[in-house]
Design a protein around this ligand. Structure first.
Ligand SMILES: Cc1cc2nc3c(=O)[nH]c(=O)nc-3n(C[C@H](O)[C@H](O)[C@H](O)COP(=O)(O)OP(=O)(O)OC[C@H]3O[C@@H](n4cnc5c(N)ncnc54)[C@H](O)[C@@H]3O)c2cc1C
Length: 341
């Protein structure tokens, strides 16, 4: 546990995806102090972890924007208030201490007056390769996340998987990596048809190697340096060696709502049922974004932004009853130096 007890914060947001990031900004705009606690090592939620290099076309005001650039813009919008984000912190428990709540992670405690749960589909972690030979190579040539595509500039890479992430990265890294090989244990691909067609086209023109019906059999290296892998045909068991510098298993993610469902909230199918005020059934705890459920719910970034605003306005009024729920217009707020009345 941390040595110094932390100050009690007005609003602690569980989750630093687009919803949580917008909630953090909004709390600052409403004059509340706030913080984000997230299980992942980076902000951005699904956008950073699952599709950073994909364009998003349905965020208001942007004809198209890369997921990673939307996260960057959200972080910039939030940074004007200087609120902290605590990463690699999986919220495991909720306690009550005097007149406030405490969010408990494995290594820290976050005292808070209110909570906004913006936990999306839960804390997620990449699925590991099932072959034991891969275990000791994670972080030393096997990468289950791509945080910076530049890392693979000029490298020979092998991507393992048949879903969107595998095909997206095969497409995105084609120009950067010196060689791209995509290995999948069948010829049934779950990725978007146009991306599959693009990678198949690249394979037929020799720009990518596509190896259906193959799986990892062994990993080879010199010291700590990965130098290649052996793959095996699933039926014939025939093996072949591939020289490479990096292996990217893109096998999807496990997600886990963990402790969040056991806090006396209204939970159905791992989603938190909220009313139109984003209230969860427990005083001082609100929810927003993909984690919420109500009739007509749409799991979209745009919806999460609106719900974040509602949740923050309700939380601010609950903590400080003198503050109105209705925020007024940002275009006429002293906090932004644009008040004209
Ligand atoms: C491939 C793909 C493409 C998509 N394209 C679009 C699109 O074009 N347009 C669109 O509107 N939407 C799109 N979406 C959906 C969109 O990404 C989600 O609606 C959005 O990410 C939801 O944001 P969120 O902040 O609510 O949750 P998330 O983005 O899921 O973020 C939740 C965060 O909470 C954290 N968390 C969860 N549990 C805990 C815990 N116990 N402790 C600490 N932290 C925790 C997680 O680590 C995560 O960072 C797409 C999704 C995918 C997978």
């Amino acid at each position: 546990m941390g040595n110094e007890p932390r100050q009690t914060t007005d609003i602690t947001i569980i989750g630093g995806g687009p919803t949580g990031l917008f909630a953090l900004f909004y709390a600052g705009m409403r004059g509340a102090n706030a913080q984000i606690v997230d299980a992942l090592p980076q902000l951005g939620g699904q956008l950073t972890a699952l599709y950073p290099e994909k364009y998003i076309f349905d965020v208001a005001g942007f004809p198209k924007i890369l997921a990673k650039d939307l996260v960057k813009a959200l972080v910039e919008q939030t940074s004007q208030f200087g609120f902290p984000s605590f990463l690699n912190q999986n919220v495991a428990a909720l306690e009550i201490e005097g007149d406030h709540l405490v969010l408990v992670t494995e290594t820290d405690r976050f005292p808070t007056r209110s909570i906004i749960i913006a936990a999306g589909i839960g804390a997620f972690s990449p699925r590991k390769l099932p072959q034991a030979c891969a275990d000791s190579w994670y972080g030393k040539g096997i990468h289950d996340r791509v945080s910076d595509p530049a890392e693979f500039e000029g490298k020979r890479i092998v991507i393992i998987g048949g879903g969107d992430s595998a095909f997206d990265w095969a497409q995105q890294l084609r120009g950067r990596a010196s060689e791209v090989t995509l290995v999948h244990r069948s010829d049934r691909y779950r990725a978007h048809a146009s991306t599959v067609a693009d990678v198949q086209q690249a394979a037929s023109s020799g720009k990518t190697s596509l190896l259906p019906f193959h799986e990892l059999h062994d990993v080879r290296g010199e010291g700590d340096k990965l130098t290649g892998i052996t793959v095996r045909e699933v039926k014939s068991k025939e093996t072949r060696e591939i020289e490479c510098d990096a292996v990217l298993p893109m096998l999807g993610f496990h997600s886990d709502m963990g402790a969040l469902t056991s806090w006396g909230l209204r939970v159905e199918n791992d989603e938190i049922v909220v009313n139109s005020q984003m209230e969860t059934g427990r005083e001082g705890i609100y929810a927003a974004g993909d984690v919420t459920m109500y009739p007509g719910k749409l799991k979209l970034i745009a919806t999460g932004f609106g719900e974040a605003a509602t949740a923050v306005n309700q939380a601010v009024h609950w903590i400080y009853p003198d503050k109105k729920v209705n925020p007024g217009h940002s275009s006429n707020m002293a906090v932004f130096g644009q008040k004209d009345d």
